[in-house]
Ligand binder design. Structure first.
Ligand SMILES: [Fe+2]
Ligand SMILES: [Fe+2]
Length: 203
């Protein structure tokens, strides 16, 4: 077995004791989906596997405890995040990945950090983790899943646009607050989408 695989196995063992069973299963499923997308789009497989496996490592406590942990460790929390703390497990997760799991790769840490909000102009790995989190096979709630699962293997930027659009519409309906970085991410991918539409041949 390679050193990298041994590391993955030790992380899996650890996460199984820290996360609830459904969250652990989801983490495995995201990890495998990340590798599948990485094969499709030419991303590093080890980075994809690790980032997917660890993306929810911060989701081991309730939101209020995660907020306290962020403050204790000096992790930056914006007023918007404090108001809608469900996104904070990503900030705390990136901190845990670095300080408890020894991840030094800034690309993996960034993919964990932005997996809930997205951001404008994401890297290939960031998009893969964000999208894998949405489409992994154990998910079953979102109505548009079949289409997103198919679109993801065609065009990651279009998939980002569609998922962000759906997320913003959902939060609007629920009158939930939308993180400003999610809005910026949506505007960025909407612009790419509109440019692509203009490029399509007209019949
Ligand atoms: Fe998450
Ligand atoms: Fe997740």
């Amino acid at each position: 077995m390679t050193e990298a695989y041994n590391l993955i196995l030790s992380y899996r063992k650890n996460l199984e004791t820290k996360l609830d069973p459904m969250r652990y299963e989801h983490s495995l499923s995201v990890s495998f989906t990340c590798m599948s997308l990485a094969m499709r789009f030419g991303c590093d497989l080890e980075q994809a596997e690790l980032a997917g496996l660890l993306h929810d490592c911060g989701k081991r406590y309730s939101d209020d405890i995660i907020l306290k942990k962020c403050k204790k460790h000096g992790i930056l929390v914006t007023p918007e995040e404090e108001e809608a703390p469900a996104v904070l497990h990503a900030n705390y997760g990136a901190w845990l990945a670095k300080h408890k799991y020894g991840i030094r790769d800034p690309e993996i840490l960034s993919a964990i950090l932005y997996h809930t909000t997205g951001k404008p102009d994401m890297t290939l790995l960031e998009k893969i983790v964000y999208i894998a989190d949405y489409i992994e096979p154990r998910r079953n709630k979102a109505e548009n899943l079949p289409r997103m699962r198919s679109l993801a293997y065609e065009d990651l930027d279009e998939t980002m646009y569609e998922i962000l659009k759906g997320t913003i519409e959902y939060l609007d309906r629920k009158s939930g607050s939308i993180d400003p970085i999610t809005l910026k991410a949506f505007e960025y991918y909407q612009e790419l989408h509109q440019k692509n539409v203009l490029k399509l041949p007209k019949n």
